[in-house]
Write a protein that binds this ligand. Sequence first.
Ligand SMILES: NC(=O)c1ccc[n+]([C@@H]2O[C@H](COP(=O)([O-])OP(=O)(O)OC[C@H]3O[C@@H](n4cnc5c(N)ncnc54)[C@H](O)[C@@H]3O)[C@@H](O)[C@H]2O)c1
Length: 289
Amino acid sequence: MKIDDVKNVCVVGAGNMGHQIALQCALSGYKTVSTDVVPAVLEKAEKFVDNYLPGRVQKGKMTEDEAKAARSRISFTGDLKEAAKDADVVIEAVLERVDLKRKIFADLDKIAPPGAILATNSSFIVSSRIADATTRPDRVCNLHFFNPALVMKLVEVVQGSHVSDETAQCMMDFCLKIDKIPIHVKKEVDGFVLNRIFSAIHKEAFWMLEMGVASYEDIDKACVYGAGHPMGPFRLLDLTGIDLAYDIGMSHFYESGDPADLPVPTIVKKYTEGKFGQKTGEGFYSYKK
Ligand SMILES: NC(=O)c1ccc[n+]([C@@H]2O[C@H](COP(=O)([O-])OP(=O)(O)OC[C@H]3O[C@@H](n4cnc5c(N)ncnc54)[C@H](O)[C@@H]3O)[C@@H](O)[C@H]2O)c1
């Protein structure tokens, strides 16, 4: 697949990441279908689009015609077959569970045209763990967006050894087409580039919190006012989802069997209390107002 052949995009999963990735693709001129298994999630995603576009027009960021054109390019369906049957690029953004992703990729392999690229937005699951569920491992890669996907410019294109140069190049070009700044990650390493750096910061932040060195608010302040980060590690966890941090820790533990990989006690406590961050109205901070 070459970039000029890419016309249609399908985004599987319309949650935190998926709905914004889909809208970004539609805004950039691609005919885009957004799909999810939960009807309420799809409705919310569609409502988001219907509020976002007029909001951009009001702010003078786009014309009414541009907004109308973008709206006409994005559609929503709960039917994966309908969503992926004409896709040249599929971006999967479902829960961070390897078995679920493998099942979806096996299904996509049967549904999407044979030349289509199947990419996963997974934060930590490398595509080599999914690619062999398909008959096209050279066209299965990681395409890692950051939250919020409409705003954050970086996308990591991860080329495991099974991914062809053509696929990696097409994904790099695709990112530029959708107004993102791609980086080429040439090896499958845990956390890719940026989350690997963040993991080190988070580990230290949790150690200090759990040892009573400083409160989470003060640790966040240190990162914001001392290091110039846009937000501290605890505020960031609230944004990205404490459930996601829990899933990532558990899947690391299942793979390694090393208790050191388990999510830290504070994450387990918040997870069992259902305090997942912004999406549930409370995480480390409260978002109820
Ligand atoms: N949250 C972040 O900040 C962030 C950042 C980068 C990457 N990611 C990655 O993106 C992926 C999604 O994360 P999220 O935060 O958007 O999760 P989320 O829980 O907000 O959304 C996941 C969506 O997948 C849907 N889903 C589940 N099974 C499905 C299926 N079979 N078919 C279609 N949809 C299905 C769920 O209904 C849900 O709406 C994960 O792999 C995560 O690692 C997340």
